[in-house]
Design a binder for this molecule. Structure first.
Ligand code: ASP
Length: 310
């Protein structure tokens, strides 16, 4: 059995240190731990990386602490529009959805797009019709409601501002979620899910559901899930850039992720982070923000759950 590993994130927009209470910190770490262990268990049983990342992301979507699924941020219309993507690095198969509402686990719908349709990316009403035809039930708005997110939205809803899930924001709970894994067969997978940005309008779509931008997996190189200022990650073609730096330039996972997060994204004015694994089970989790909710575990039992740099 070869080495396997998993890494997850709950967003690069952590609470600034001064606002993080020890009780909240425990809650965040507990939530990360549960999601990490659920994904790890799949890998330990010899399961597929694709199943591991889906299970982990579903757990993160189900907790209101993170901006995905339950607890997604409010749009300018007071609704929740969610985006998600999943990719299988073995076959280069991918599925993504954006601007969907009422779906408990957007990542599951993204996987169904991959496995049950001839398409890669479905958006809005069409994605909802696809969900309906695949037997999904739809949650009422109350299911997604979160008091803190509501207050965030109230603070800016009459302005043209939209709020990134970011550490420059001094109040609130943030966090697009994602998972990457390498299974015992050296197959890689990545999944990412988000509620996007508070007060977003006009059908704004971020990097998270875009294949090669916020989410990418390729057995030849790596699996990547990003979090941060989506508009910048889109222009940097971030996740695919990590893969390209490895494939064409021969950089290691660590070097390639560092180049993208600490150089290329910063150079164009963006901020955020990513998690990545390669086919040898190496893990990298760089970020250029104050913190990034993150956790990882390898088959040697090396486990990390962290929020800030130290
Ligand atoms: N990247 C996400 C977006 O722009 C936000 C985040 O990661 O916090 O929609």
């Amino acid at each position: 059995m070869s080495r396997f590993s998993i890494a997850i994130h709950g967003g690069a927009g952590t609470l600034v240190k001064g606002l993080m209470t020890s009780e909240l910190e425990v809650n965040y770490k507990k939530a990360l731990d549960v999601a990490l262990e659920a994904g790890y268990e799949v890998l330990k049983q010899g399961g597929r990386s694709l199943d591991a990342v889906e299970v982990a992301v579903k757990h993160l979507e189900d907790t209101p602490l993170f901006n995905a699924g339950k607890g997604s941020v409010f749009t300018a219309e007071g609704t929740h529009e969610m985006d998600a993507a999943i990719m299988d690095g073995k076959e280069l198969q991918a599925g993504a959805v954006s601007l969907i509402t009422g779906i408990r686990n957007p990542v599951a719908l993204a996987r169904d797009v991959m496995e049950k349709s001839d398409h890669v990316f479905l958006a809005g009403e069409g994605a909802m019709r696809f969900a309906e035809s695949n037997g999904y039930s739809f949650e009422k708005d109350e299911y997604f409601y979160d008091e803190v997110r509501y207050r965030q939205w109230q603070g800016i809803k009459d302005s043209d501002k939209f709020q990134l899930d970011h550490s420059v924001k001094k109040e609130g709970k943030f966090g697009t979620v994602g998972a990457v894994a390498c299974d015992t067969h050296g197959n890689l997978a990545a999944a990412t899910s988000t509620g996007g940005m508070t007060n977003k309008k006009w059908g704004r779509v971020g990097d998270s559901p875009m294949i090669g931008i916020g989410n990418y997996a390729n057995n030849k190189t790596c699996a990547v899930s990003c979090t941060g200022s989506g508009e910048f990650f889109i222009r940097a073609v971030a996740a695919y850039d990590v893969s390209c730096l490895m494939e064409y330039k021969g950089l290691s996972l660590e070097e390639a992720t560092s180049e993208v997060i600490h150089k290329r994204i910063l150079e164009i004015g963006g901020d955020g982070g990513l998690i990545a694994v390669d086919a040898q089970g190496n893990i990298s989790m760089p970020f250029n923000t104050e913190g990034m909710y993150r956790a990882s575990k390898t088959s040697e039992g090396i486990k990390e759950i962290a929020i800030y740099k130290d």
